[in-house]
Design a protein around this ligand. Sequence first.
Ligand SMILES: Nc1ncnc2c1ncn2[C@@H]1O[C@H](COP(=O)(O)OP(=O)(O)O)[C@@H](O)[C@H]1O
Ligand SMILES: [Mg+2]
Length: 221
Amino acid sequence: MSITCADLAKVYEGGHAGWPALRGLSFSVDPGEFVTITGPSGCGKSTLLNIIGLLDEPSGGRYSLNGRDTATLSDQERSDLRLQELGFVFQAFHLLNRMSAIDNVALPMMYAGADRAEMRERAHALLAKVGLKGKERKTPLELSGGERQRVAIARALANSPKIILADEPTGNLDSASSREIMDLLYGLNADGMTVIMVTHDRELAARARRNIRMRDGRIEP
Ligand SMILES: Nc1ncnc2c1ncn2[C@@H]1O[C@H](COP(=O)(O)OP(=O)(O)O)[C@@H](O)[C@H]1O
Ligand SMILES: [Mg+2]
């Protein structure tokens, strides 16, 4: 699934009109790429990732997913794409703390209408894939930060997305856990998944084949 952004702009309603969060970004990402996005706090990284993830809409320019202008998508098409083709990983995990790890992972499958037995089997396999075999019944609060992020990655993989969008996924983790999470993301990319990751960590960005550097809502040349 290819991503093409042309002259993308974003002005938040209620934000400073004179200070758009994005001011004309153009770039594309080919299927299977691993791209990091870096830049100072407030430069628009999360805004960009949210637009790519169809969680928000640009105020100007065009964002096309697999050649289709996303402005032409219906709400239903947008949410189907979010559920089926895009996987999200956030700095603060965004897990449901009252549900077990396996139920967190199964949730997107439930929304997608998966068969119950199949759902459990797949959630089990995904937790094993991220190294959490035996911890299926634990709730997020019983897990370490690194383990929580593994659950979040397993959940992101629930409906076999083509693109993983990660917003500072290692921002709350110590360096050992960060490395493990990065290894997981690189492993997914090696399996063919597109990964777009926002990071503060220059060292992590240096490892990616491609880095997009942002500043003041633009891409630095
Ligand atoms: N929901 C919002 N409403 C108004 N302004 C926002 C909103 N979200 C972000 N902003 C502003 O947009 C700019 C870019 O923010 P953001 O994309 O979160 O940057 P980054 O992720 O690089 O730190 C900042 O000036 C921020 O204050
Ligand atoms: Mg951010």
